[in-house]
Design a protein. Structure first.
Lengths: 113, 116
């Protein structure tokens, strides 16, 4: 079991560009979560998937954000027309089911210049 | 109102001593879960320990124990015999049973520094 992996670990982009992050959950985990963490704060929920279905999105997830989990395996989080306020750590977590412990990846740190 | 409150932005502890990190929570649910995660400078959130609201005994995992006081709505983390590698951010989190997403709600964290 290799744990949750996220790619890339770091991303520097210019304002207005699109970026995409990938998360590979622990195999057989059917729940996948995305969180955002800004400096000095705890992570905040963005969205989650049960298998391939996206079941809830936070109000933090503006229209510029989209997430997918095709075939219920890996997930991608895309941010279009990035803004400086999008600079944060984006964390992915997976759990076996709803009541299972969430295990996190190392995160993708995004810097928007 | 904040659902998870961690009132200690930073803590120091001498190596080999024990340290308690405070966490209070607010929920009207009868069923909920409380978690502690460790976040080193590398960024990964590492699961440490879990306490269910119906668990009668305090959770323990190696050098970590959770001092669960339900009436006070507190879930403090106790680290015994601190090691230099324990230096990190520590986050308390809650999962509410009535929320079918089972998303975690985090506190703002406590930075722990272990002195040699």
């Amino acid at each position: 079991d290799t744990g949750v992996s996220q790619d890339p670990r770091h991303k520097i982009t210019k304002r207005g560009q699109n970026v995409t992050f990938r998360c590979d959950p622990i195999s057989e985990h059917n729940r996948l979560y995305w969180y955002r963490q800004t400096l000095g704060q705890g992570p905040e929920f963005l969205t989650y998937f049960q298998n391939e279905a996206q079941l809830e999105k936070s109000r933090l997830l503006s229209d510029r954000f989209s997430a997918e989990r095709p075939k219920g395996s890996f997930s991608t989080l895309e941010i279009q027309r990035t803004e400086q306020g999008d600079s944060a750590m984006y964390l992915c977590a997976s759990s076996l089911d709803g009541t299972g412990t969430q295990y996190f990846g190392a995160g993708t740190r995004l810097s928007v210049l | 109102a904040q659902k998870i409150t961690q009132t200690q932005p930073g803590m120091f502890v001498q190596e080999k001593e024990a340290v308690t990190l405070d966490c209070t929570y607010d929920t009207s649910d009868q069923s909920y879960g409380l978690f502690w995660y460790k976040q080193p400078s590398s960024g990964e959130m590492i699961f440490l320990i879990y306490q269910g609201s119906y668990d009668e005994q305090n959770a323990t995992e190696g050098r970590y124990s959770l001092n669960f006081q339900k009436a006070r709505k507190s879930a403090n983390l106790v680290i015994s015999a601190s090691q230099l590698g324990d230096s990190a951010m520590y986050f308390c989190a809650m999962r509410e049973g009535r929320d079918s997403s089972y998303k975690l709600i985090f506190g703002s964290g406590t930075r722990l520094l272990v002195r040699p």
